[in-house]
Design a protein around this ligand. Structure first.
Ligand code: ADP
Ligand code: MG
Length: 358
């Protein structure tokens, strides 16, 4: 069922000039979903979370949760809770006291609080630290306590605003898996905010990619990575080569394009996208291959060859002046076939190139 329905939600902050933080955003989040809002800083992610939590009121639009109009409800009556980037724990209180704090405020019975705190400590694996003051535990442990505290009142929806960005790389990777596990185990709908595309791809059931207050594309990680609907999405998520091309004909979701070299090739067209004439082809570096000049659909000169351990990046300067990167996976028996400075060809399959608006 639908957990949250956002319809034409708009938020304008007053000022000279006014700031359109959210421009008529619409989306539906399903019950039990790990849903991520992904976009660069300032695109309106926090604003959308604050509107759902009730800390802000929209300029216009509608917001329902489980079929109930949320806009009539004050924040404390909404079945949501928020985990902030700054965990906002009480450093002099213990782990258990911090986790139980919200329940105390809600006036829940003592026995219920005790049982829930124990359950939550178990869930985030902090039982052994129950009596430690949170000022004296590590950043990763504080993050677990903040999560347990937010989950303790059993909200139907948990909002997480860049909760991992204060952690170092290794811990962040660990907490990504941990968060995913918590979501699966509790069955609570998570709305997770991040500006980190890799984090979004690894954790989410679905992602909404945002830019400048609007939602550009919604889909499963694979759909978004393999079928970006527009240049912004292709550029923001992963690395992409962009080639100028001319769309000559289309048949359903397949287009025939003429490349700068004059060569023809076929490419995919995103469902519902309106493209014609001059277009841009988007090709992932791992979806193209380096071949002999005569065998390529494009030709150029090999520039830098950069070894990364797991893979190698080949930088090709195409004859029309476009830069193109090819990424190949290394294995112990792959030897470099081409040397920097060599004439080379670039080729790619018909199903990997995506036609985007110029
Ligand atoms: P994000 O979380 O994606 O970084 P925000 O939702 O915080 O983005 O902000 C979106 C836009 O709204 C930004 O341009 C930001 O400066 C502006 N903004 C956010 N909060 C306020 C506010 N209280 N008053 C005025 N402008 C704001
Ligand atoms: Mg933010």
């Amino acid at each position: 069922s639908t957990a949250i329905s956002v319809r034409n939600l708009r938020k304008v902050y007053p000022g000279q000039p006014p700031v359109v933080a959210l421009a008529d955003a619409s989306l539906e989040i399903q019950d039990n979903e790990f849903f991520t809002l992904l976009g660069p800083s300032g695109c309106g992610k926090t604003t959308l979370l604050r509107l759902i939590a009730g800390f802000e009121h929209p300029t216009s639009g509608a917001l329902d949760m489980f079929g109930e109009d949320l806009l009539d409800l004050p924040p404390y009556k909404r079945p949501v809770n928020t985990v902030f980037q700054s965990y906002a724990l009480f450093p002099h209180l213990t782990v258990a006291q911090n986790i139980g704090f919200g329940l105390e405020m809600l006036g829940r019975p003592k026995a219920e609080i005790k049982a829930t705190v124990e359950e939550m400590m178990e869930l985030v694996k902090m039982t052994e630290m129950a009596d430690r003051q949170t000022g004296q535990i590590s950043g990763g442990q504080q993050q677990r306590v903040a999560l347990a505290r937010a989950l303790a009142p059993k909200p139907k929806v948990l909002l997480l605003d860049e909760p991992l960005s204060a952690l170092d790389f290794k811990l962040r990777k660990e907490m990504q898996l941990e968060l995913k596990r918590l979501q699966t185990e509790t069955g609570i709908t998570f709305i997770f905010v991040t500006h980190d595309q890799e984090e979004a791809l690894t954790m989410s059931d679905r992602i909404a990619v945002m830019s400048a207050g609007s939602i550009r594309q919604i889909g499963r990680p694979r759909d978004i990575y393999d079928h970006p609907a527009e240049r912004f999405v292709a550029d923001f998520i992963g690395d992409t080569n962009f080639l100028p091309a001319e769309l000559v004909s289309t048949e359903e979701q397949t287009g025939t394009v003429r490349l700068a070299s004059g060569q023809m090739t076929t490419a995919r067209i995103h469902e519902g996208s309106d493209v014609s004439g001059q277009v841009t082809l988007a090709i992932r570096p791992e979806h193209a291959s380096l071949v002999r000049e005569a065998d390529g659909v494009l030709a150029g000169t090999l520039g830098n060859v950069v070894y990364f351990g797991t893979d190698t990046h080949y930088h090709v300067g195409l004859d029309d002046g476009t830069a193109f990167v090819i990424r190949t996976q290394n294995s112990p028996d792959t030897a470099a076939q081409f040397e920097s400075g060599a004439r080379v060809g670039v080729t790619f399959g018909a199903d990997v190139a995506q036609v985007l608006r110029d």
